[in-house]
Design a protein around this ligand. Structure first.
Ligand code: SF4
Ligand code: SF4
Length: 237
C-alpha cells in the first residue's frame, strides 16, 4: 500500500459541533429530546427546555455565539455531535464496531442472530411491566447480580395522571417496579445520570425555568430548582 492510499484510508477528522447539531437535528424535527448532548457537554453550554412540551436542548448563554453556535466548537469541541443518536449516519460505525460488518438493506432492525418472544417469569414484574415486563426483569436481574449499580429510567409526575415522564435513577427492585411501564412521551433519561442520590443531587443540567430563577436570584444556574418539587418518595433528579 502506498503512503497516499494509507492516508486516504485514514478516517476523516470529525469536526461537527453544536452549530451542526442545531441546524441538522434540533431545528429539523430529528431531535428526540433525549438530552444526550446536554449531559455530555463539557463546558456547560447546553441546558434543556422542558417547558410547554418543548423538550429540546438549548444554549444557555448568548456569550457562546447565539442559540445556533458555540465558540467551543470553533476550538474543536465535537462532544455533542458524537453523543447524538440522530446526528448523521452512526449506524454503520456502530455495526462495524459490534458485529464487524454493516447491516444489509433487508436488515431494517439491525444485525441480529436470533429473535425471541419473552416475558418476565416473576409475576409482579409481569404484572407491572409493559408487554410482559421483560425490561423490568432484566434490570432487576442486573441489579441483584451486581452487573449494574443503577439504571436510568423514567417515573411519572405526581400521581401519574398527567402522564408527564420524570427521568430518574433506579437502584433497587422496588424502584424498578415504581418506574415500570412505557411512557408514550418524551423522557430525557440521560439527565438523571447526573443525579447523586434520590434525595440530594446536583448538578443536573439546568432547564430553562431553572435559568430564569437563577437570573432572578443572581445565582448559578446549577440550582436545586432542577429537581422536581414533588414530595413523593419516588426517586427523582
Ligand atoms: S461544541 Fe462542545 S461546548 Fe459546544 S455545545 Fe457542543 S459539546 Fe458543548
Ligand atoms: S443528543 Fe438527543 S437531545 Fe441532543 S440533539 Fe441529539 S436527539 Fe436532540
Amino acid at each position: 500500500m502506498t503512503a497516499t492510499e494509507a492516508t486516504s484510508e485514514k478516517k476523516e477528522r470529525w469536526t461537527a459541533s453544536w452549530k451542526h447539531l442545531y441546524s441538522e437535528v434540533v431545528t429539523t424535527g430529528l431531535c428526540t429530546g433525549c438530552a444526550g448532548c446536554v449531559v455530555v457537554c463539557p463546558h456547560d453550554v447546553l441546558g434543556y427546555d422542558d417547558t410547554n412540551g418543548v423538550y429540546k436542548p438549548i444554549e444557555l448563554e448568548a456569550d457562546y455565539g447565539g442559540p445556533g453556535d458555540c465558540s467551543h466548537g470553533d476550538k474543536a469541541c465535537t462532544t455533542c455531535t458524537r453523543a447524538c443518536p440522530r446526528f448523521r449516519m452512526w449506524e454503520p460505525e456502530i455495526d462495524q464496531f459490534l458485529f464487524g460488518r454493516t447491516r444489509n438493506p433487508d436488515e431494517l432492525s439491525g444485525v441480529f442472530s436470533d429473535v425471541v418472544l419473552a416475558r418476565a417469569a416473576d409475576p409482579i414484574l409481569h404484572e407491572v411491566g409493559q408487554d410482559g415486563g421483560l425490561v423490568s426483569a432484566l434490570l432487576v436481574y442486573a441489579l441483584e447480580h451486581d452487573i449494574i449499580d443503577a439504571a436510568l429510567v423514567s417515573y411519572l409526575e405526581g400521581d401519574g395522571s398527567t402522564w408527564k415522564a420524570i427521568p430518574g435513577v433506579a437502584r433497587t427492585r422496588d424502584e424498578v417496579i415504581a418506574s415500570a411501564g412505557s411512557r408514550y412521551t418524551y423522557s430525557a433519561n440521560p439527565r438523571s445520570s447526573r443525579a447523586c442520590s434520590p434525595t440530594s443531587c446536583s448538578p443536573a443540567p439546568p432547564t430553562r425555568s431553572c435559568m430564569k430563577s437563577a437570573r432572578t436570584a443572581g445565582s448559578s444556574p446549577r440550582c436545586s430548582s432542577t429537581r422536581s418539587s414533588t414530595t413523593s418518595s419516588t426517586p427523582r433528579w
